[in-house]
Design a protein around this ligand. Structure first.
Ligand code: AMP
Ligand code: MN
Ligand code: MN
Ligand code: MN
Length: 293
C-alpha cells in the first residue's frame, strides 16, 4: 500500500521511545530522526521514566522542533494492563518522580521473577536478568532482545511468542497501580492524561467503552486515535469514543526503533475534523495553575 499523500499526514508525534526505556535510539538521535521526518511537535514518552526528557528538550531546541514533556505509565484497570501517556507535566514534580521510582522498582521485581521462570525452562535466567536490568526502565522487550542476541529466539518477536507474552511460560504479570492513581499523579504534576492505543488491549467493544468512560470520569482528557499501526476501522471506533466522551484526540507513532515499518516516526493519518486535537488542550494552562485562577 502506498503512503498517504503528504497533506493527509500529521507531523505531530506525541508517543515515542528512546533507549531510556525500550527504544534503541538515544533521545538526541530520536530528535535528529524526527527532524528529517519533518516533525513539528514531539513528545518523548518512555515507559515509566523521565530520564531522557532533558536531552530530548535540548535536541528539539537545537532542531527547531516544539517539545512536550511525556511519559508512558503502565497501570491496571479491572484485570487489564493499560498504558496512559502523561503530557506537558512539570518534569521536576516530586510526586511524579516518586511514582517513577515505584514503577521502576515494580519493573525490576517483575524482570527478576520472569528470569526465574526462564531459568526453570533451562534458559540462562541470571544472565538474561543482568542484561535487562542494566536499562534505566527495564522491560520485557529487553529480555526479548537478550534472548534473541543469545540465539535463544529467532527474533525479539519470537521471544515474546514463545516465552514473554501473557500465557507463555516466562510471563509474570506486574503489580501495576490502579488507573485512578496514575491519573491523579499526572494531574497533580500539571499534565494531561491520554489513554494510549485503545485497540491494543484485547477488550471487547463493551469493555472498551467502559474503560474509556471510567478514564474520562477519573480525569482523563484525551484518547490516542491516530496511532501508526491502527487500522482505519480501529481509528474510526476510537474517534467515536472520543466524541462520545468529549475527549481530545492525540496522535503518535509509538516509535521504538528504525526499521519497524508499522511504527514510523512522524508518519500517520490526520485526525478527523469532528475530534478536538490534543494541541488545543496542550495550549491551555494546567488545571488549577496560579495563572488559571
Ligand atoms: P513491559 O512494559 O515490560 O511489559 O514491556 C512491554 C514492551 O515490550 C512494550 O512496550 C512493547 O514495546 C514490547 N512488546 C509487548 N508485547 C510485545 C509483543 N507481543 N511483541 C513484541 N513486542 C512486544
Ligand atoms: Mn515499548
Ligand atoms: Mn504502550
Ligand atoms: Mn509506547
Amino acid at each position: 500500500m502506498s503512503e498517504p499523500a503528504a497533506a493527509a499526514l500529521e507531523r505531530i508525534d506525541l508517543h515515542t521511545h528512546s533507549h531510556c526505556s525500550d527504544g534503541t535510539l538515544s533521545p538526541s538521535e530520536l530528535v535528529r530522526l524526527a527532524a528529517t521526518r519533518g516533525v513539528t511537535l514531539l513528545a518523548l514518552t518512555d515507559h515509566d521514566t523521565t530520564a531522557g526528557l532533558a536531552e530530548a528538550q535540548a535536541a528539539c531546541a537545537h532542531h527547531g522542533i516544539g517539545f512536550v514533556t511525556g511519559i508512558e505509565l503502565s497501570c491496571c484497570w479491572r484485570d487489564s494492563e493499560i498504558h496512559v501517556l502523561g503530557l506537558r507535566f512539570d518534569a521536576a514534580d516530586a510526586g511524579l518522580a516518586a511514582l517513577c521510582d515505584a514503577q521502576i522498582a515494580r519493573r525490576r521485581v517483575r524482570i527478576s521473577a520472569m528470569a526465574t521462570r526462564l531459568a526453570a525452562l533451562g534458559l540462562p535466567g541470571d544472565a538474561l536478568a543482568r542484561s535487562a536490568l542494566m536499562a534505566a526502565s527495564p522491560t520485557r522487550a529487553h529480555l526479548a532482545q537478550s534472548l534473541h542476541e543469545r540465539s535463544l529466539a529467532d527474533s525479539p518477536q519470537d521471544a515474546f511468542d514463545r516465552y514473554l507474552a501473557p500465557g507463555k511460560p516466562g510471563y509474570v504479570a506486574a503489580a501495576w497501580p490502579a488507573m485512578g492513581e496514575i491519573l491523579a499523579c499526572i494531574r497533580d504534576a500539571g499534565g494531561i492524561a491520554v489513554l494510549a492505543h485503545p485497540h491494543r488491549y484485547g477488550l471487547s467493544a463493551a469493555r472498551r467503552l467502559a474503560l474509556v468512560g471510567e478514564f474520562k470520569a477519573l480525569g482523563g482528557e484525551a484518547l490516542e486515535i491516530s496511532v501508526a499501526g491502527m487500522s482505519p476501522g480501529e481509528g474510526a471506533a476510537a474517534e467515536r469514543l472520543a466524541r462520545r466522551f468529549g475527549l481530545a484526540g492525540s496522535t503518535g507513532s509509538d516509535f521504538h526503533q528504525p526499521g519497524l515499518p508499522w511504527r514510523p516516526l512522524g508518519r500517520f493519518a490526520k485526525l478527523a475534523e469532528a475530534v478536538t486535537p490534543i494541541t488545543v488542550r496542550l495550549a491551555q494552562l494546567p488545571r488549577g495553575s496560579a495563572e488559571e485562577r
